[in-house]
Design a protein around this ligand. Structure first.
Ligand code: C2E
Ligand code: CA
Ligand code: CA
Length: 819
């Protein structure tokens, strides 16, 4: 994690750094300028020192020269010849010594012969000076230090006789030094090499040369020893040196007195600059402290000025993370500070943050609400409010886990209404929905609190509960449920009498898969349904086997279609009154290579809703056209072929195009094709069915209602439909002879159907008595074993030529004539 430094601190830091740099550079500039001034000042002092010294030295020299010249000039007789001059100087020497500080005196003739001297020692350098004077004909002056430093002035004097005399005097420097001291206020000392033969280039080789007062010498000596050992002479000569000693500051200037000499000697000026140096230092201290104060002041001012801004920023920085933590309430009540006068970016930021918080909060609420809704949709049924199929899976998992721990029995009960579809179809979905809500309440009313109820699908409910291993609560509950639905369910003013089919599956084995348990209860429910409904069944292995057989059959049917194992048997239909052949019903036959003959009742219900059923259907329709063509060839061109259509076939969008194709291919009027629908087919989707019927009718097909009387369609329905023939179900015909009720149904049906302008076919006519009864009820057409059993197509054409005479079915010839 990176170290956190707040923004205001960063800004403050930057500003402070900037301030520091600015003030440091300003201070530096000032101090530097001051130093330079100070230096220049010192340089000026140096220049002045030098000028003063040169001036005074030259003044003294010219004074001496002038004096001697005028002396010789005014004492003319002493200037006659060199001896006279020598005599004069000898006499006046004391005076000269006293008043002119002349130490010694030499007199040479032009041949460099020393004619007179007051000196007891011989000095070679004088000869050099004299030689120079003779050569240049002008005076020469040097300052030399032997025992004491002296100014040696040599000058030419012309005697009255015209002889050149050279006078050389050595005069003490005392007067010159005193004069310089007076004019420069500096303490002075002459420095020279300790040893004349030494080439004095180093400062430390220089010693103080007389003349110098005792006090002065001591002071100067102190100065010299205080000088740093490595201070180069050149530096001292160039720019002088500032020396701090005993709380005083001195400016030392060193000047070569006579640069023409081999061993130069120097004059050291010592100025006491303590005061000006102090002033200089004070100035610098002032500058420094001023800038420090300025910086500190600015920093404090900045700190105070930005305090509010920093505080506001900090508050926002503390506040914003609350959004991420979804603490909206805290976010709103969090303290915030506004700017005093004008709004600014921070305020904009604050406003945006507030907006954002509102947006986020409402978004959050929406998400929460949606999530809740989604959870509900996912887990609960919207209509009944009951937990749904997803919840069933969820709960079953839990129950199985409990079952494992407590080793009890888990029961799943599958509940399905027997004729719910009818309610939906006849009264609409709103009534159907209301029915389901009430039904769910009634089911719930039958259950204990611990039983769980789920809506599984449309009219399917599932009850799940745990019970003791040895308890048998399920059959008891199932009976209770069935009993409870004996009472009708009311929706608005309508009363619905319904029944239900229940399947029960239980397991004490916790390793059973919940899907298996539900499937088993579903199978048991279907078993109840197959057995006529309004009852419960408990799952057993036979049901499982039936299901397996169904799956096998589905596969086999597919193979059979490919192998051409299907064929038609045709059962004749005759006009009861005349015995005339009316047509045939085409009944499918499956000759299984291993199982032999498989009756349609066995496989058709099983594959009813599969794609194979459609294929069989199309195969059959095509076959019917082929049979009609065959019959044509026998000269029987007005017979009808009735083909059974399954419900799914009738709703298949390919049906119409397929039949159109057939009509075209066989170039035949479809009025010879009779399409048989059961009442169940019709009610599956009444609107769609009617529409398809109308279209097929328009193409020329005719319709019959099969197994009439077993379903729940009313005659009122029939009126709306383009139906041509009604087939009275076999069960009524067979019961007709000894059951008055059946007799009544058959007779009234015949009467009504004829009133509606339709024809009646009596199915399953097995006896002559039935035939006669039907004849007496003026039923038009009969079909049944009494007339003929279904004839395999392969035998049909042969048989027709034998059995049919003038269109009359052989057997009925007599019967017709008898009446
Ligand atoms: P269904 O349409 O009611 O056909 C009449 C059934 O009654 C036929 O049984 C027929 O053999 C039988 N039957 C005819 N006369 C008598 C009689 O006097 N006494 C008795 N006891 N039975 C008689 P089948 O051929 O076994 O067909 C059973 C059902 O299978 C048919 O009932 C029909 O619903 C269905 N089916 C047959 N062929 C087809 C088909 O090609 N397509 C479709 N979708 N269903 C077919
Ligand atoms: Ca039929
Ligand atoms: Ca039938």
């Amino acid at each position: 994690m990176r170290k956190f430094v707040s923004l205001p601190t960063k800004i403050m830091g930057l500003l402070m750094a900037f301030l520091l740099i600015a003030s440091a550079s300003l201070t530096y500039l000032w101090v530097n300028k001051n130093n330079q001034d100070f230096y220049v000042q010192q340089q000026t002092v140096r220049e002045q020192d030098k000028k003063q010294f040169d001036l005074i030295r030259d003044l003294l020299r010219t004074r001496v020269e002038f004096w001697f010249e005028s002396f010789v000039h005014f004492q003319a007789n002493y200037a006659d010849n060199i001896d006279a001059t020598a005599f004069f100087f000898e006499h006046e020497f004391d005076y000269l010594q006293l008043n002119w500080q002349i130490n010694d005196l030499w007199l040479f003739n032009s041949k460099l012969d020393l004619r007179f001297t007051t000196s007891r020692t011989e000095k070679n350098y004088i000869l050099n000076d004299i030689e120079q004077v003779i050569n240049t004909q002008s005076s020469v002056s040097h300052i030399r230090c032997v025992q004491e430093c002296q100014q040696q002035i040599s000058m030419p004097i012309l005697s009255s006789s015209g002889e050149l005399v050279v006078l050389s005097v050595s005069s003490s420097l005392m007067e010159a030094l005193a004069a310089v001291n007076r004019s420069t206020f500096a303490k002075l000392a002459v420095l020279g090499p300790e040893n004349a033969s030494l080439n004095a280039v180093e400062l430390q080789n220089l010693i103080i040369k007389p003349p110098i007062s005792f006090a002065n010498r001591e002071f100067m000596q102190k100065i010299l020893t205080a000088l740093p050992k490595d201070l180069p002479l050149s530096r001292m000569l160039d720019s002088g040196y500032r020396l701090a000693l005993d709380s005083n500051v001195y400016l030392l200037n060193l000047l070569p007195i006579d640069p023409h000499l081999e061993n130069p000697i120097y004059l050291m000026f010592v100025h006491d600059i303590s005061e000006s140096s102090m002033a200089h230092n004070q100035y610098q201290e002032q500058v420094l402290s001023t800038s420090i104060i300025a910086v500190v002041f600015c920093v404090i001012a900045l700190f105070l000025l930005t305090w509010r801004i920093r505080r506001r920023l900090l508050l926002i920085a503390e506040q914003l993370p609350l959004l991420a933590q979804k603490k909206y309430q805290e976010f709103r009540t969090h303290k915030s500070v506004k700017s005093w006068l004008f709004s600014d970016e921070i305020e904009l930021l604050q406003d945006s943050a507030n907006l954002l918080s509102e947006e986020l909060e409402s978004l959050d609420q929406k998400i929460e609400q949606n999530t809740r809704e989604l959870e509900n949709i996912a887990m609960y049924d919207r209509l009944t409010g009951l937990p749904n199929r997803n919840m069933l899976n969820h709960q079953l998992k839990k129950l199985l886990a409990i079952m494992k721990r407590e080793s009890n029995k888990l029961t799943v009960m599958f509940f399905d209404f027997d004729k719910f579809r009818k309610i939906n179809d006849t009264h609409g979905h709103d009534v159907g929905d209301a029915f389901l809500v009430n039904a769910a309440l009634r089911i719930r009313g039958c259950l204990r609190d611990s039983d769980m109820l789920f809506r599984f699908g449309a009219d399917e409910f599932v009850v799940a509960f745990l019970e003791n291993k040895h308890s048998e609560g399920a059959p008891f509950l199932a009976t209770k449920l069935i009993e409870s639905f004996r009472e009708p369910i009311a929706v608005d003013e309508l009363l619905f009498y319904t029944s239900s089919s229940i399947g029960i599956a239980s397991s004490v084995d916790s390793s059973i898969l919940m899907d298996d348990l539900v499937r088993q209860s579903d199978m048991a429910m279907y078993a109840s349904k197959d057995a006529g409904g309004n009852k419960y069944s408990t799952f057993n292995d036979l049901m499982q086997k039936a299901v397996i057989r169904k799956v096998e059959l589905e596969n086999e049917v597919r193979d059979a279609l490919e192998k051409g194992e299907f064929s038609f048997a045709l059962q004749p239909q005759v006009e009861i009154a005349t015995g005339k052949l009316f047509g045939f019903e085409a009944l499918i036959r499956w000759n299984h290579p291993e199982r032999g003959f498989v009756p349609p009742d066995e496989f058709i219900p099983l594959i009813e809703n599969t794609g194979n059923m459609l294929k069989i259907g199309y195969w059959g329709l095509n076959k019917a056209f082929e049979i009609l063509q065959q019959l044509d060839e026998l000269g029987l061109s007005d017979l009808k072929i009735a083909v059974n259509l399954s419900a799914s076939q009738f709703l298949d969008p390919d049906l119409l195009p397929f039949l159109r194709e057939q009509i075209k291919a066989f170039n035949r009027n479809p009025s010879q094709i009779e399409l048989e629908l059961t009442e169940r087919t019709v009610v599956a989707d009444i609107e769609q069915t009617l529409e398809t019927m109308r279209q097929l009718k328009a193409m020329g097909f005719i319709f019959s209602i099969d197994d009439f009387g077993t379903g729940y369609s009313s005659l009122a329905y029939l009126k709306q439909m383009p139906v041509d023939i009604i087939k009275i179900d076999r069960s009524f015909v067979s019961g007709m002879s000894d059951n008055n009720a059946d007799m009544q149904i058959v007779s009234s049906t015949i009467a009504m159907v004829q009133k509606l302008g339709m024809q009646v076919v009596a199915e399953g006519v097995e006896t002559c008595a039935q035939m006669k009864l039907l004849q007496s009820l003026s039923c038009e057409i009969g079909q049944g074993y009494f007339i003929a059993r279904p004839i395999p197509e392969s035998e049909l054409y042969q048989m027709l030529s034998e059995k049919l005479q003038l269109g009359i079915w052989d057997k009925l010839d007599k019967l017709a004539r008898a009446t």
